[in-house]
Design a binder for this molecule. Structure first.
Ligand SMILES: Cc1cc2nc3c(=O)[nH]c(=O)nc-3n(C[C@H](O)[C@H](O)[C@H](O)COP(=O)(O)OP(=O)(O)OC[C@H]3O[C@@H](n4cnc5c(N)ncnc54)[C@H](O)[C@@H]3O)c2cc1C
Length: 597
């Protein structure tokens, strides 16, 4: 049954025609990203994803990882694939040139990352977290820390982890208890972290943990949390590896999905204390960690796109092979493959349209990040940063929630064969499920969107983005093309719903935050639906223009218009229901007493 094949045609369209590669490549530091180079990178990455990573997806799921006296052994083939991965330079794609990276913009590295995740999400989590550590150290590390760790991390010789969670501190990190006791030029850490992804493994010689902990006199709550670098092996001044640090993996989780990614309980300081080095200043750790978390949130949103794409490919392949029944209304004659049944087509179109919308929205966020980092004008940089900040919880929350639904539809397309492991459809559903939990659950993303991103700035960026949608849609309204006219009508209604819900939220949040909180997840989904619909409408308008110009690839552009129309007619109308759930339904969410639930 169909194995992973990178959706290169759509990715090239999204990067070059939708998200504005030509503009991004004129930004200082992004000149390398020429269309030819981007094509070459995407094609090579597609080959690696399909040839080296995808074949390990099912076997990795079946074998999982093993722990023996603190040593984690990864599934067969992972170590070798990782070696090939770093040899080909894939870990350094988006890394800074100064530290041996290739400096390609996020719009490219983000979509390449979709390929790694589509091929093998368990594997990809390891380099993804390493890149997060790199970003945090580039931004907040001292010169000495950067010199010590960045080359090795960017080159993939060492990997990185993110250590936030403790049994009593999950969504609420103010409860972190791990202690960091100062000792000369370093600290000694004592505590236990749980759920640490790739916290211990056999693919590299050293692992660099970024750990949240409290110093002895730190204030209570999030204002008393500091960030520490804790290497598995201490690193000497000349870069060579020294003594083993007091860090140990004491168990790994037996879990629903991503079996090949070790999820570790890590004990710091079982003996004399794990040696750790403070990043930046004491008590500013959470602020620094957010550099890593914001990147990771975008990446987890991209995981959602990736699993959705893979589930779609598998379902499509099955639907083209499985023979069952006759065409609707026909009682005799040849039986047909299930793709001929209208309801199977509905499921496949839902999967395809949502996945393309999610990819387009994630790419829009990546492009905003590139402008925020590289635009020569400071005011522009700040504006793009606000757009990225607004879109991050939407991409994370919406793409991951949709990904579970899409993977579930993938199971449905397979019928009974979807429920058994043999076809692989079930693995996508199991793997998908974590994406809306880690890096902050959907509830936490929604609170972030509502509180920090919309209410805190009195809706300034949200309203500016909504105004952009309206302006685009006004222009789209001039088209008499039946598909574009239909998309225009649906998008108008969607934008109105989003604007009304935003006004309601701004009016309600200050006086009744609980009612606003009850509407937070529907508000996040409303944003995803309308912003995804906006990007699909833009895609349709571009496709129509290409068809008018007699461009090559007629089939691709016609399919894009058809898919965008499906999104507008089937998915955008959910915007009205989300708005109703927010504006009229928030009170009923809280109507029952706790003991009536
Ligand atoms: C496979 C896996 C890998 C992970 N990898 C890492 C890692 O590498 N590093 C790391 O530090 N952590 C990691 N985690 C931890 C993960 O980030 C947390 O599980 C997640 O943040 C949720 O925390 P929790 O499990 O304590 O759930 P809780 O915080 O107890 O949440 C339970 C429920 O309550 C809701 N809730 C809680 N607070 C609020 C609120 N204020 N408003 C609205 N709803 C709320 C949540 O949305 C959720 O539905 C991983 C977890 C798993 C399962």
């Amino acid at each position: 049954m169909a194995e992973y094949s990178a959706p290169l045609r759509d990715m090239k369209f999204v990067i070059k025609e939708l998200a504005g590669l030509s503009e991004i490549s004129t930004l200082p530091g992004c000149g390398e990203a020429t269309p030819d180079l981007v094509d070459a990178v995407l094609e090579e990455a597609g080959k690696f994803a399909a040839g080296a990573l995808s074949p390990l997806n099912k076997s990795g799921d079946e074998q999982g990882c093993k722990l023996d006296d603190g040593v984690v052994t990864t599934a067969a083939g992972f170590k070798e694939a990782y070696r090939e991965f770093i040899k080909a330079g894939w870990t350094s794609l988006g890394g800074s040139l100064q530290w041996g990276g290739q400096g390609l913009p996020h719009i490219v590295s983000g979509l390449v990352s979709e390929m790694w995740n589509g091929a093998n999400m368990s594997f990809c989590l390891c380099p993804m977290l390493t890149t997060g550590v790199v970003n945090a150290l580039v931004r907040h590390g001292s010169q000495q820390q950067q010199d010590t760790y960045l080359h090795k991390l960017i080159g993939g010789e060492w990997t990185g982890t993110m250590n936030l969670t403790e049994p009593q501190a999950g969504s609420d990190l103010s409860a972190v208890r791990t202690r960091a006791v100062p000792e000369g030029d370093h600290y000694r850490l004592f505590g236990t972290k749980i759920f640490i992804t790739w916290g211990e493994h056999d693919m590299v010689e050293n692992i660099i943990h970024l750990v949240l902990a409290r110093t002895p006199d730190a204030p209570e709550g999030v204002k008393g949390i500091s960030l520490f670098i804790v290497p598995k092996y201490l690193v000497a001044k000349d870069g060579s590896l020294g003594a083993r640090n007091d860090v140990k993996c004491i168990s790994i989780e037996d879990k629903l999905g991503i079996h090949a990614s070790p999820t570790c309980v890590i004990a710091y300081g079982e003996k004399d204390g794990a040696i750790g080095y403070l990043v930046g200043e004491e008590n500013r750790g959470l602020e620094y960690m957010f550099t890593m978390m914001n990147f990771a949130r975008l990446e987890v949103g991209i995981e959602g796109v990736a699993i959705a794409e893979r589930a779609y490919q598998r379902a499509l392949g099955y639907a083209k092979e499985r023979v069952q029944g006759r065409p609707v209304g026909v009682r005799s004659g040849e039986r047909v493959t299930i793709i001929h049944h209208p309801d199977v087509r509905r499921m496949l179109m839902t999967m395809k349209a949502q996945t393309e919308a999610m990819r387009a929205l994630a790419a829009t966020a990546c492009a905003a990040l590139d402008h925020a980092h590289h635009h020569p004008d400071r005011t522009q940089r700040l504006q793009w940063q606000s757009v990225f900040d607004l879109l991050t919880p939407v991409v994370k929350g919406w793409c991951t929630e949709q990904c579970s639904e899409i993977a579930s539809l993938g199971v449905q397309v397979h019928g009974g064969m979807g429920f058994v492991e043999e076809t692989g459809a079930a693995q996508h559903l199991r793997d998908a499920r974590i994406t809306s939990i880690y890096e902050g659950t959907t509830g936490i993303q929604a609170n972030d969107l509502m509180g920090r991103k919309v209410a805190a700035e009195k809706g300034a960026t949200a309203k500016a983005v909504i105004a952009q949608m309206r302006e685009f849609n006004r222009q789209l309204g001039a088209s008499e093309h039946p598909a574009l006219a239909s998309i225009h009508r649906s998008l108008s209604a969607g934008i109105d719903a989003l604007a009304e819900a935003t006004e309601w939220l701004l009016a309600t949040y200050p006086s009744n935050p609980a009612a606003a909180g009850a509407g937070a997840v529907p508000y996040l989904k409303l944003w995803g639906t309308v912003a995804g619909g906006w990007q699909m409408a833009r895609a349709a308008a571009i496709a129509k223009q290409r068809l008018d110009e007699d461009a090559e690839d007629f089939d691709f552009y016609r399919a894009k218009i058809g898919t965008a129309r499906f999104f507008a007619e089937h998915i955008l109308p959910h915007a009205a229901a989300y708005k109703a759930a927010i504006v009229t339904g928030s009170h009923s969410t809280l109507a029952l007493e706790v003991d009536q639930l």
